[in-house]
Design a protein around this ligand. Sequence first.
Ligand SMILES: [Zn+2]
Length: 866
Amino acid sequence: MPCIRCVAALALLSLASHAPASAAGADKALPMREVLPDTVVPVRYDLTLAPDAEALTFRGDVKIAVDVRAATRSVVLNAAGLKFAHAAMDGGAEASVAIDEKLGRATLRWDAPIAPGRHELFIEYDGKIGRSTLGFFAMDYSSADGPRRTLATNFEPAEARRLLPCWDEPERKATFTLSVDAPKDRMAVSNMPVADVTSLSATMQRVRFATSPKMSTYLLFLAIGDFERIHQPVDGVDVGIVVKRGDTAKAAYALDQAGKLLHYYDEYFGIVFPLPKLDLIAAPGQIYGGSMENWGAIFYSQNHLLFDPAASTEADRQLVFEVVSHEMAHQWFGDLVTMSWWTDLWLNEGFARWMQTYAADDLHPEWETGLASASQLERGKLADSVPSTHPVVQPVYTADQAEESFDAITYDKGAAVIGMINAYVGRDAFREGVRRYMRVHAFGNTVDSDLWTVMQESVGKPIVAIERDFTRQEGLPLVRAIPAAGGVQLSEGRFVDDPATIEGLPPQRWRLPLAVAPIGGTPRYILLRGEMRLTDAAPLLINAGQQGYARVLYGADVFDGLARHYESLTPIDQLGTLNDGFALGTAGLAPASNVLVLASRLPAEANPIVWGRVIELLDELDIRHADATQLAAFRRFGLDLLMPLAARIGTAAGANEPSNVIILRGALAQMQANLGDAAAIAAARRRFASGEGTAAEQRSALSIVAAHADAATFEALLGRAQKAADPLQKQHIFDALAGVIDPALAERMAEIALTDQIPAGTGPRLLAILARRHADLVWRIVAARLDDPALPFDRSERWRLAIDIAGCSADPRRIAELEAYEARSVPAEARKPFLEASSSIHRNERLVTMVLPQIDRWIAARGALK
Ligand SMILES: [Zn+2]
């Protein structure tokens, strides 16, 4: 399943995290992991598949070379939704087969014991091709030549068992030789290149792929579709982009970037990409989890890979790079060296999320992705500040719990911890540590300490202890910086959104590497643990460069001093101080208005990414306002605040503008429209009607027109989406329609998102975008349908949808409704992530009841001064 789960357009606050687990809880006596017995383990799979794309069924047979480690009469392996026709060992007696669908297991039994040694298990079976985008599934779209169906797989963490009986655990690596019967006019793609093709009939052929190296089952991939492929050789590897017929022009950008990234990673990891080819394949819609790093055959949601020179924007350009670079980093970190078990998923995902930014900063420094990622990593801090948080490393026993682990703590806190260690040890030493780890563990499995032990040996700093402090205990450190005689007194505590939620808990400590610097001066590193007295004169910037995973609370006088110098801080410190200001206000540790004090001090010439964050925060506050009078005052303030910026960047693109300015202009126009600027709305309508301007200007205009649509405009845009043959173009229009402000039209859009009018797999995304503004309305519609088997959503997808939608609400009544759904439809062991939604609802409620009144009073007082 998942990589890059987050969609940039979604509310940060709806993406909180889950699962309670006290810091001490992790080492107590625990239930057994739900893993297969290791008496029999796989060595080699030889799989032949015959899918029937029309009937949505398939036949399979698999020969599995296994090592039997102790004499046994039974073999237990994973299988889900498969019907066994024959199962025999070494061509001998037929096994009896018992299926446990709940555990996703099959037990094969023989009368006579199987002796230790190498054997060959043969199984013939049937399976079903699904409509949700997990397991083995179909995605439909219309093309100029008529309707088309793509078949594809998406397995992480534990869905390979829907395609073949197998040992579906990351540590059970084996080689795979896959053959598939496919129509001659379709292309089949898998992890390895095609080895040979045999004609079966006038229309059908058998495609056999070369044998893979040893790899985990979750990385196996197969797709069959009406594809075209463009490719280029890079460092001896055939790098290809596979798209639906007619889309090769939209593949050129990804091919170019993938080539540069392959070379970059060959060098970074110190190991040349070990497979003969690497394909990046575009789905004709969205797949669950976003995109998936199958080894040698990465599968992308269409908007993560396709770049249409005529219709894609600068934000699309950066997003495609980011996801391509994330999934390609996994080809080494995750695929070549794989976590032994899902407990260490964070190392895979945290590393890839961090690496996507690191690679972007090296290959596209003009985007300042490292700076932009500070806001992305803010998601991890938000998730870590509410009661549903959990340690980065948490026990995982079952496949359902493995699926739950793909959250903001795993990705964003994980990435923040890795970034902090990289900054502390230095980039050369860190890369050397990664290279040694890769060399030692290639084609194998690891636990997280394997990396950190190697790193510690290389650099001679207490890296293992630091990493343990941040991954074995939950929580975000709060550093208080109080002026003291002759300097500054630092003390550590824990930051939470609602201080009442940690009352009575024992104090926590972290070994926290922090850079400190006088304003405008050179930073130096300290390693804080507990308390520390610094003798520098105030104002001293704590966590300069924002690489430490912490928030900083200054005394009121020091904050005023920093605010006066806000203009002269570096962009990353402006951003960090702004994010901390918002969070500390929510927690009641500082005036909530501090965030507006800082925003008011930001000059129009400031970095576009910092301005982008100001706009996001304004939008968050705007959406939560319910009182019309207060809202009107807030909007006047917002428009005043943005006016100098609007004057500086203008409404039309200049020649050779930086990418980030173009992105900011679009966000600014949308925000002005949302704040009720009639001129901004009218300008967007004119621009959209004329069809003139750049792709970015047209998309920004489309978003504004759709958000502020009346019924007639909505229907016209809907008609345009329905008529569009291209699924990517369709998705752009539907994404825009999901931002509609009018509640009656939002209701209509929610109903549409539950039909097959939208591109395959995009329903959950559209509903999540809608829920930002209309959480309660969308919840009412979706909650009534969550158990409807006709919806093309997998069960875990339904759970995630319920959490994401309800979590956008500020109404505590949603919690009881969500609990009723859990009690009815969710197994007890899979309920932990639902705490995320409750935490998020409580947080939103605090924004409404505590933060907004302070903000509104500050705005009123400021107005009175004018
Ligand atoms: Zn990933």
